[in-house]
Write a protein that binds this ligand. Structure first.
Ligand code: PLP
Length: 360
């Protein structure tokens, strides 16, 4: 069976190797006579998978010893609540960089729990860019700075981070974690829903500096980072299947040459599509300013609504899936996460050129 050209924004394409590997062990995991899904989360076989996923992530992202990795549920959206609940004291203010709809949603949740303020914003520019990270200055009452490292809807991405902050930097990396090397020690917390670069939906990865994990008996037990850190994310039943698939995605990542290998393929994929946009004489227009372009979500418009409709229809007929822009901005979007093969992107680039030539 031919695999679809899947450009969905999330849930998104998974590496074929991961699906084959899971299929191979589907009915009988590790000679247990059971599927992974049927194992107790307290069993040795499951615990080995759980810990291996943590080790693989640690090695791929070079996560220092003073960080904990948590496997939670509730999506990145629950982190919009857990971050301020755990890290925003009453007499301080949480600062947010507003670079798209997901940062708007994050600040909205934080505002229900404490004082919040916007540090920088590209809202007036219709979220076409990322403000200069080195110009961000925070007042003394700041508890942390929250950023969305890749703006899935607008197709913009931070390509460097503030370096001289005196407070923890918190990043929602849902749509670009594991796509390029990062220095984890620059961050207090990194969180990501799995369903773009890490696996299927259902597990949320939180990487948190240990000194930020504090016991607070007033917090609801399940919403406290301390609960999950103290129990190796096994306080309650974790999403075992999601964590198993995450471990396979991470193994696949190693096979790609680790984070450097993944990043170099991602660069090439993004270049393929941005070259078509830049060489189209304005037929395709990128939403993002060039310096803020995302290597994960390529957003663009065509000269008219009718042409956009025709593009999406013809693309669908040619086997391309998920190219509609998000309902809040329209146009088109190609999500080219880690698992989207280079040859699928090459096919899309070719389709875009052919479409332009036949509709001039
Ligand atoms: N943050 C970003 C950057 C996203 O792209 C998304 C989903 O697309 C979310 C948060 C919400 O994630 P979830 O559906 O896991 O709550």
């Amino acid at each position: 069976m031919k695999r679809a050209y899947n450009f969905n924004a999330g849930p998104a394409a998974l590496p074929e190797w991961v699906l084959q590997e899971a299929k191979e062990h589907w009915l009988n995991f590790n000679d247990t006579g059971m599927s992974l899904m049927e194992l107790s989360h307290r069993s040795k076989d499951y615990e080995a998978v759980h810990n291996e996923a943590k080790e693989l992530l640690t090695s791929l992202l070079s996560i220092p010893d003073n960080y904990d990795i948590l496997f939670l549920q509730g999506g990145a959206s629950l982190q919009f609540t857990m971050v301020p609940m755990n890290l925003l004291p009453e007499n301080q203010t949480a600062y947010y960089a507003l670079t798209g709809v997901w940062s708007e949603k994050a600040i909205k949740e934080a505002a229900k729990l404490g004082n919040t303020a916007i540090s920088v914003s590209s809202k007036d520019d219709n979220y076409t860019n990322i403000p200069d990270p080195q110009k961000i200055e925070l007042p003394k009452d700041a508890a942390y700075l929250h950023i969305t490292s890749n703006n899935t809807i607008y197709g913009t991405q931070w390509n460097n981070y503030p370096t001289s902050l005196s407070v923890p930097l918190i990043a929602d990396m849902s749509s670009d974690i594991l796509s390029t090397p990062i220095d984890v020690s620059q961050f207090g917390v990194i969180y990501a829903g799995a369903q773009k670069n890490l696996g299927p939906s259902g597990v949320t990865v939180v990487i948190i500096r240990k000194d930020l994990i504090k016991e607070d008996t007033n917090l609801p037990t399940m919403l406290s980072y301390h609960t999950h850190a103290k129990n190796n994310s096994l306080f309650n039943t974790p999403p075992t299947l999601g964590i198993y698939l995450l471990s396979l995605v991470l193994k696949w990542g190693k096979q790609q040459g680790g984070i450097e290998g993944i990043a170099s393929i991602n660069k090439e994929k993004a270049q393929q599509l941005y070259d078509v946009i830049d060489q189209s004489n304005g037929f395709y227009r990128g939403h993002a300013e060039e310096k803020s372009r995302s290597k994960m979500n390529v957003t663009f418009t065509l000269p008219s609504e009718n042409l956009t409709k025709a593009f999406l229809q013809e693309a669908k007929e040619a086997g391309f899936v998920g190219l509609n822009g998000h309902r809040s901005i329209g146009g088109c979007r190609a999500s080219i996460y880690n698992a989207v093969p280079l040859d699928h992107v090459v096919e899309l680039a070719k389709f875009m050129k052919d479409f332009q030539n036949s509709h001039l």
